[in-house]
Design a protein around this ligand. Structure first.
Ligand code: ADP
Length: 622
């Protein structure tokens, strides 16, 4: 075995933490929301269809309570006639008792019904938020990598949290408006018409004026609310980039640049929020004035008719009470559209994701892969991430059971893409990828990935303990198996030296692990998975020689008896490979064993010589 080399054959990859500014993605997201002009009725119907049916029983109870609330409100207006006529005009002592207790009873019943309604409604609301979040996440899991490549995570965060809460708020608004406000209003209008028909007509004349004025406001609010939502998502995005790219933000002195971006987004949100509030508030002077004018006219007319025609003041009082009580539900009903308008943008964002077709690469209706040997073949493979550019073309490669194929070549040549295609992260556009002679498009993707262990060069750690992170290799592994895998990966020592050993937390807020330690965790995962096919993307970053040595030994053990394709950056790996393929600009330019390729005096030989010279130079310096 040759000693491993810390040097790399190809240029290091672009660091994943380059704090890439997602401006293009933002404008796409923004445009998607702005251009989604599904009508309000369309959105609301869809919300009702998808969420109302499952909660029919709950809503029926909620409506029952609302009906009681509405009935009690109308009754409280109704009873005013007898309160005034019996107590104040007729001075009936017996009725004094009856009516006082009736008023108390009405309000107590109303209080309890309101309590019941709020409890039931909140339960349904919380359930609906939870259901939508589950639905959203299930959908997300069915998208392929192409979906995630095109999106900022903050966009998804905003859609899942904003969208499901907005659905709840729209449903609440509809239920309360129809259940409580509409029934209350109808009850009160009935009281008004019954007690004083003519006065009712005067009072109700203002309704059409109110409806018309509010609908023009709604249009403007909808437009601003869309922009508001997109900017709010952008704020989350900037925070995420600041956290994830903290090192780069500091190193490149991007503080001012980030601050400017944040300022633009924040002040955009602030201005639009002000505008929305102002527009919403505009319903107040409108409704107050209209309400005041109609109440004023009614008092004028009623007072005049009571004085001149000797009508009892009871009807008048009952009518005025009903009118005053009707004012609040009428106002809320008129504003219902305004409230819904504000919630439409996040709901549309959520629908955009739910409507996005699941990726064919994740479809799982095929039969399982029948693995016999673990032979991998790429036959005339052509692929591009976008229709216009070609990343791979005419790739023919094959690795048999237990063999090792090393991919080498300059960065950007397409080596990682080949590993992605074998795992069916993307579908080839030409040719086919075969595993044991089965086209991977015709087998279930779960069974394919189950048979492949992938060790990538940037090791992602999930929030949780070290133990949890190794167990990702096989979720049903016992603690002993996890520790055995760590031992084989030369990770056991450093893990036991962590403050809480295997139970130390890693991930966003956990202990910091070095590059070498992370790689050993990744190897432990792969050992635990124990899959017949191994795909390995060797780390380009230079490791300390001890880590380097341990990783090399661990890898040697890991590849034993498996079909391995490795993106090789180290001489040791290359020398131990059965076959080496040089990938340049999406093509296999040379293929063979190390001695064959050196003899060819082509691209490989140059790469190797460069490496060799570097080694000599290093030795000379040492
Ligand atoms: P290598 O592994 O040899 O460095 P890659 O397979 O990573 O090369 O990349 C090959 C080409 O594909 C590069 O030009 C790269 O920019 C492009 N590429 C890689 N990943 C993506 C992606 N997710 N979307 C678009 N282009 C990509």
């Amino acid at each position: 075995m040759t000693q491993p080399e810390a040097k790399v054959l190809s240029q290091p990859k672009r660091p994943s933490e380059d704090g890439k500014l997602n401006l293009r993605r933002w404008s796409d997201f923004y445009r998607a929301i702005i251009n989604n002009d599904e009508s309000t009725v369309g959105v609301v119907t869809r919300i009702l269809r998808a969420n109302f049916r499952d909660h029919r029983k709950g809503y029926a109870i909620s409506f029952m309570f609302l009906f009681v609330v509405a009935a009690m409100t109308s009754l409280s207006a109704w009873i005013m006639r007898d309160v005034v006529n019996q107590i104040f005009v007729n001075q009936n002592v017996q009725m004094l008792w009856v009516l006082s207790f009736s008023v108390m009873a009405i309000f107590i019943v109303k209080g309890f019904a309101t309590y019941g309604q709020i409890v039931v409604q909140s339960r349904i609301g919380n359930r609906i938020v939870a259901e939508n979040q589950k639905r959203f996440y299930d959908r997300c899991l069915r998208f392929g990598l192409d979906f995630y490549n095109d999106r900022a995570s903050s966009e998804l965060i905003m859609s899942i949290s904003g969208g499901s809460n907005a659905i709840r708020s729209i449903l609440d608004t509809i239920v309360l408006s129809l259940g409580r406000d509409l029934i209350t209003l109808l009850g009160l209008v009935f009281v008004m018409v019954y007690q004083a028909p003519l006065m009712s007509i005067i009072a109700l004349l203002v309704a059409p004026i109110a409806v018309l004025s509010v609908s023009t406001l709604v249009k403007r609010i909808k437009a601003i609310a869309k922009a508001e939502f997109a900017s709010s998502a952008q704020i989350i995005g900037i925070i995420q980039e600041t956290v994830q790219g903290a090192k780069i933000v500091k190193a490149f002195g991007l503080g001012d640049h980030m601050r400017d971006r944040m300022l633009t987004a924040v002040s955009g949100v602030e201005q639009r929020a002000n505008k929305i509030s102002q527009l919403q508030a505009r319903t107040s002077p409108l409704m107050e004035s209209l309400g005041g004018i109609s109440i004023g006219i009614v008092i004028l007319y009623a007072g005049w008719s009571t004085i001149s025609s000797g009508k009892t003041p009871g009807e008048f009082m009952s009518f005025i009470t009903a009118l005053l009580l009707a004012y609040e539900p009428a106002k809320r009903l008129a504003r219902m559209n305004v409230t819904i308008a504000e919630s439409l943008a996040p709901v549309r964002a959520l629908f955009n994701i739910l409507d996005h077709p699941p990726s064919p690469t994740e479809a799982d209706h095929h039969a399982s892969l029948k693995l016999t040997r673990g032979k991998i073949e790429l036959v005339d493979v052509g692929f591009g991430y976008r229709p216009t550019d070609r990343v791979l073309s005419g790739i023919n490669l094959s690795v048999d059971h237990g063999q090792r194929l090393a991919l080498v070549g300059p960065s950007g040549g397409g080596k990682s893409t080949i590993l992605s295609l074998i795992q069916r992260f993307y579908d080839v556009q030409e040719g086919a990828v075969l595993v044991d002679d089965q086209d991977i498009r015709n087998v279930s993707v779960a069974s394919l990935r189950h048979n492949i262990a992938f060790v990538s060069q940037d090791v992602f750690l999930f929030s949780g303990t070290v133990r949890d992170n190794i167990r990702i290799g096989r979720l049903d592994a016992t603690d002993a198996e996890v520790e055995a895998a760590a031992l084989d990966a030369f990770a056991d020592d450093f893990i036991r030296n962590l403050p809480k050993g295997y139970d130390s937390h890693v991930g966003e807020n956990g202990v910091q692990l070095s590059g070498g330690q992370r790689q050993r965790l990744a190897i432990a995962r792969a050992i635990l998975k124990n899959a017949p096919i191994l795909l390995l993307d060797e780390a380009t970053s230079a490791l300390d020689s001890e880590s380097e040595h341990m990783i090399q030994i661990a890898l040697e053990k890991l590849v034993e008896g498996r079909t391995t394709i490795v993106i090789a950056h180290r001489l040791a790996t290359i020398l131990s490979a059965d076959k080496i393929a040089v990938i340049e600009r999406g093509k296999v330019v040379e293929i063979g064993t190390h001695p064959e390729l050196v003899q060819m005096r082509g691209v490989y030989e140059k790469l190797y010589r460069y490496q060799f010279d570097e080694r000599s130079a290093e030795k000379a310096i040492a």
